[in-house]
Design a protein around this ligand. Structure first.
Ligand code: FAD
Ligand code: NAI
Length: 463
């Protein structure tokens, strides 16, 4: 009998950690998972992906009714916002899904160690005053909001994404600091519910890391929707007095400062890995310059028996990336071969329209060699046109010699759903011709991907 309490202890029950724990248990390993929150599911289920999508969905329906979009379809309604009920359905969604993970832990016999975990050695931790030893420890502690120096988040007037999900009333003016994913998703929620929203972004375009043409198109669409965009502008300070905020901004390149008055300010300038309080030094571990835990291809840290996945390791901070890494790390621990193709992690922004991308941007693809690009506007897609969703386009980037698809980028109402076929095609090494000759159901938004693939060789039908 081994003197280990568990074969695997996972620290953190977000998408990386809970998935790793469930897979490890499925593979016959004695598994526990330490989590300090009251509920399982991590950032994603409690304060991230799920509650934000609950508010995005509800606010989108409200906007369709309130802005007259439904009336244009012959649906007349008197619309009134009941924000308490909207928040209620958000909380219900979170409760249902976090409870679901608790059920899955019980079903798979994963023990939940409740409390904050800290290392006491290379194979031991304490949680809630008790000590545990395990043959393998997986760090999946996720990330939290990056603070902005000189700006204090009180979660009332100056909020992080967590506070921005829960505002008790629609602010007259919301200033969003950072035109990234959180800023645009949560900015869209409050804009639709009636707030004036100003997005202050340091760079000259929104959504860093995405394809350049997509970023420009996104800015055009958000402006048309009424978001005020202050690009190439930095926030240098926020003061709060009497429940109102004064935000000081200045041109990123330097110049005269000005102030914006706001009822709420969202700080969304990125997230940073959670390692404080883990006592990594007692396990012999350090972090890199960005505070991340470095791993190898198999998710092993520098210390044998200690592994790491999700937002706490380098790479995009996305739930599906964390989940796939969770499965792979458990399989590696069990002696199987767990692999994640980090070149093909899709990114989706759940605004209206949605914005999705996979593989190389056009800029990156061109830097590597000659490419062919095919584009197709959603305006020419019969389903999008019929549904009154004309904004956006699909872009397929292929290698000029081999025709292998290198990247697909989409702005469309259902881009997040459409991107899946592009990811799968690229995972199988598809050429643009493979996609162009794949039969797509009509009428669907996805036909725009087929047409964009046809456009790579200059032969789309509908434009
Ligand atoms: P986390 O989900 O952060 O979970 C880590 C868990 O570890 C936490 O529950 C924490 O309490 C716990 N923990 C930390 N330290 C300890 C400790 N010492 N002891 C015990 N427990 C500990 N991604 C998407 O892909 N799609 C989206 O639509 C999306 N929307 C988002 C919206 C918002 C507002 C935010 C903030 C994020 C969103 N994300 C989205 C990102 C996504 O939430 C993260 O990438 C994902 O949750 C990372 O998973 P993880 O398991 O690495 O960490
Ligand atoms: P982000 O990295 O997406 O965007 C932050 C933005 O803030 C950048 O555009 C940056 O240039 C800007 N910025 C930084 N400092 C600034 C300053 N002082 N003034 C003005 N602008 C400044 O980070 P965000 O939006 O906070 O999201 C964090 C993470 O959460 C992302 O990595 C994302 O992957 C994840 N997330 C994913 C979602 C999804 O998949 N749909 C939804 C929400 C979050």
């Amino acid at each position: 009998m081994s003197d280990y309490d568990f074969d695997v202890i996972v620290i953190g029950a977000g998408p990386g950690g809970y998935v790793a724990a469930i897979r490890a248990a499925q593979l016959g390993l004695r598994t526990s998972c330490a989590e300090s929150r009251e509920t399982l599911g991590g950032t994603c289920l409690n304060v991230g992906c799920i509650p934000s999508k609950a508010m995005l969905h509800a606010s989108e329906l409200y906007d369709e009714a309130a802005s007259g979009k439904l009336a244009k379809l012959g649906i007349k309604a008197t619309v009134e916002l009941d924000l308490d009920t909207m928040h209620g359905q958000r909380r219900d969604a979170v409760k249902g899904l976090t409870g679901g993970i608790e059920y899955l832990f019980k079903k798979n016999k994963v023990e939940w160690l409740k409390g904050l975990a800290a290392f006491t050695g290379k194979d031991s931790i304490t949680v809630g005053g008790k000590s545990y030893r395990a043959k393998n420890i997986v760090i999946a502690t996720g990330s939290s909001v990056t603070p902005l120096p000189g700006v204090e988040i009180d979660e009332k007037v100056v909020v992080s994404s967590t506070g921005a999900l829960e505002l008790a009333k629609v602010p007259d003016h919301l200033v969003v600091i950072g035109g990234g994913v959180i800023g645009l998703e949560l900015g869209s929620v409050w804009k639709r519910l009636g707030a004036k929203v100003t997005v202050v972004e340091y760079l000259d375009q929104l959504l860093p890391g995405m394809d350049g043409e997509i970023r420009k198109e996104a800015a055009k669409i958000f402006k048309k929707q009424g978001l005020e965009l202050r690009l190439s502008t930095k926030v240098t300070g926020v003061t709060v007095k009497g429940g109102k905020a004064t935000v000081t901004v200045e041109p990123a390149a330097g110049g005269a400062a000005e102030t914006l008055e706001a009822d709420a300010v969202l700080v969304s300038i990125g997230r940073r890995p959670n390692t404080d309080g883990l006592a990594l030094e007692l396990a012999g571990l350090t972090t890199n310059k960005r505070g991340q835990i470095e791993i190898d291809h198999d998710f092993r840290t520098a210390i044998p028996g200690i592994w790491a996945v999700g937002d706490v390791v380098p790479g995009p901070m996305l739930a599906h990336k964390a989940e796939d890494e969770g499965i792979a790390v458990a399989e590696n621990i069990a002696g199987l071969t767990g692999i994640v193709n980090h070149d093909l992690i899709p990114g989706v922004v759940y605004t209206m329209p949605e914005i999705a991308g996979i593989g190389l941007t056009e800029e990156d693809a061109k830097a590597r060699g000659e490419v062919k690009v095919g584009k197709f506007p959603m305006m020419a897609n019969s389903r999008a046109k019929t549904n009154h969703e004309p904004d956006g386009f699909v872009k397929v980037i292929a290698d000029a010699k081999t025709d292998k698809v290198l990247g697909v980028h989409i702005i469309a109402s259902v881009a997040g759903t459409m991107i899946a076929q592009a990811v799968q095609a690229m995972e199988f090494g598809a050429t643009s011709e493979d996609i162009a000759y794949t039969c797509h159901a009509h009428p669907t938004h996805s036909e725009a991907i087929k047409e964009a693939a046809m456009a790579v060789t200059g032969k789309p039908i509908h434009i």
